[in-house]
Design a protein around this ligand. Structure first.
Ligand code: PLP
Length: 389
């Protein structure tokens, strides 16, 4: 059991849901590790970042891990380091967060939206992705929806056969595995997010993983202004001067968050196991509740990170009224996701209807899920769900 800090006033000004969608808790030891970094006087890109990268790479079995300022930065760096040429097409699901498509566009590529699989498999369909491949296609992005690897194995076979790059948006999937492999390491490069509500929450932060030495080298260069020697190397006297080799970004992670990241890696397996147990209990309890079913089924051989717990409503249920009832019971919900091909930012890239995505997105609702959710919180959500139909 970790010691749970009392919330201070400033934190309790966050809207007071009885049961929020996601929640984070830090132990005294975790907070102390961060405080130690502030006392050290070295705040960015130093030994804590290096240690976090090494621990993360070891944990997921990738040759390289590059810590960055967000999951979006990791996705953008992958696309920029490939690099995508203007007009290169990248096939990706529409049922994802805006950043997946925005990263492609910001790197000069064009998103091509493909449909998800039917029946409790709400992730990019390898068959739909194959059908979306055209003359200009350079890469496919698999998004590990809810923490599930989806059809990543089929997509790997497809990209290998067609000479394409496979990118994994593993923002939901830190700690997830498919067979023997960690999600995020099956593609040519993977991007993780450590945003405040993700499974390894740092507030902001991300990690790029790859086995490709030249991609990792370029990502490291672009992460810090395209500069040849970082301030830590100069501080230690290893380098005196630097050269700016190409125009880059500032996508660095700072030392305090890297220290917290290393601490949180230590309890990730336990946190994810708690998520899985709660998700299985949700699924069992929903069985007798008509009209509401788990959107993602548990599967043998797959260890999902259970980042979120989306459900699917019968078409006869009014989703807005369902969510309003849950809100009145103090239960926060969300929708993962409004489809990107229908949103103003990306509509220009839409090539037509995506019927499975559109049907799913109309009927899905995400219920609260976090590792320290109590039995009575869980029961309250289920009661509210049963009464909301
Ligand atoms: C959170 C998320 C991202 C972006 O991560 P940030 O760290 O918030 O930049 C990208 N893709 C998906 C699917 C996400 O859920």
């Amino acid at each position: 059991m970790i010691a749970v800090l009392r919330r201070r006033r400033i934190v309790s000004r966050v809207p007071d849901w009885l049961i929020p969608l996601a929640d984070v808790r830090f132990s005294d030891a975790e907070v102390a590790a961060v405080a130690d970094v502030y006392r050290s006087g070295w705040l960015s890109q130093g030994p804590n970042v290096a240690a976090f990268e090494a621990a993360f790479a070891a944990r997921c079995g990738s040759a390289f891990a590059v810590a960055v300022s967000s999951g979006t930065a990791a996705l953008h760096l992958i696309c920029a380091a490939l690099p995508l040429e203007p007009g290169d097409d990248v096939v990706l699901p529409s049922l994802t967060f805006a950043a997946t498509a925005a990263a492609v566009i910001q790197a000069g590529g064009r998103p091509v939206f493909a449909d998800i699989c039917p029946s409790s498999r709400p992730w990019l369909s390898a068959e739909a992705a194959q059908a979306a491949i055209g003359r200009r296609t350079r890469a496919i992005v698999n998004v590990a929806y809810a923490g599930h690897p989806g059809e990543v194995a089929s997509l790997r076979a497809l990209t290998d056969a067609r000479g394409l790059v496979l990118i994994e948006d593993a923002a939901h999937a830190v700690g997830a595995t498919a067979g023997e492999r960690s999600v995020g390491t099956i593609g040519d490069a993977g991007a993780f997010s450590f945003f405040a509500n993700k499974n390894l929450p740092l507030g902001e932060g991300g990690m790029l993983v790859t086995d490709d030495a030249s991609l990792a080298r370029r990502a490291r260069l672009l992460r810090s202004h395209g500069i040849s020697a970082d301030t830590w190397a100069r501080h230690r006297g290893e380098e005196v001067d630097y050269a700016v080799l190409e125009p880059g970004f500032n996508y660095r992670l700072d030392e305090p968050r890297a220290a917290l990241g290393t601490m949180l890696l230590g309890r990730l397996a336990d946190d994810n196991a708690k998520r899985e147990r709660l998700a299985r209990e949700y699924a069992a309890a929903l069985e007798p509740i008509d009209g509401v079913s788990p959107a993602v089924a548990a599967e043998p051989g797959v260890h999902s990170a259970w980042h979120i717990f989306p459900v699917l409503l019968d078409p006869a249920i009014d989703r807005a009224a369902f969510r309003a009832h849950l809100r009145s019971e103090g239960v926060q919900t969300s929708v993962h996701y409004p489809p990107l091909h229908l949103s103003p930012a990306f509509a220009a890239f839409a090539a037509g209807r995506l019927p499975v995505t559109e049907d799913y997105a109309r009927r899905t609702v995400t219920l609260p899920l976090f590792p320290h959710m109590t039995g009575s919180q869980h029961a309250h959500v289920l009661q509210a769900v049963a009464a909301a139909r």
